[in-house]
Design a protein around this ligand. Sequence first.
Ligand code: FMN
Length: 178
Amino acid sequence: MNPTHTVDGAHTIHAADTASVRDRFREVLAHFGSGVVVITSQDASGAPVGMTVGSFTSISMEPPLVGFFAGHTSSTLPSVVANGTFCANVLSEDQHRLARTFARSGADKFAGVDWSAAANGSPRLHGAHAWIECTIDEHRPIGDHELVVGRVDALGIPAASEPLIFHRSLFHGLRAHR
Ligand SMILES: Cc1cc2nc3c(=O)[nH]c(=O)nc-3n(C[C@H](O)[C@H](O)[C@H](O)COP(=O)(O)O)c2cc1C
């Protein structure tokens, strides 16, 4: 079978064509829009750490579990895992610059950022759309990422705001369809 064929003018790439899958993976998956979350925690010295993720998801209601996937090269991941707790800050629409700041490895990400410590010590970013405080329930490698599952300790909606959406490498607001 020809590994690449055309359906309605769109190219379909099959798993057997591994080079093409590698090339097109990011581009195709970028068509899956997501919310934007900054995972915060503390390093061994108590300093705040954080990283932007689009892979945050709710997992279970009973018990209440959420999770995210962090790349093995992330410098934040070891601190989150060692600390054992984190805060998932769901970003609001006007926090798109924060999303870029927390996506830059090695930068002083908290410079000029307003935050206060959650009960578990992890930073709650002021102006967030929602926050979820967690204790790590389990974590394990999957492919080139680590799945981190958190048991929800506390959660809240600080103030009414609109959510930030990431789609095809750009930040957007939400448009409701009823
Ligand atoms: C919108 C957006 C979503 C992202 N989602 C993820 C993700 O789910 N997992 C991940 O490991 N990196 C994700 N990244 C990239 C990380 O934020 C980036 O690799 C960051 O440098 C990690 O910082 P660190 O090395 O200081 O931990 C995302 C970046 C952006 C802008």
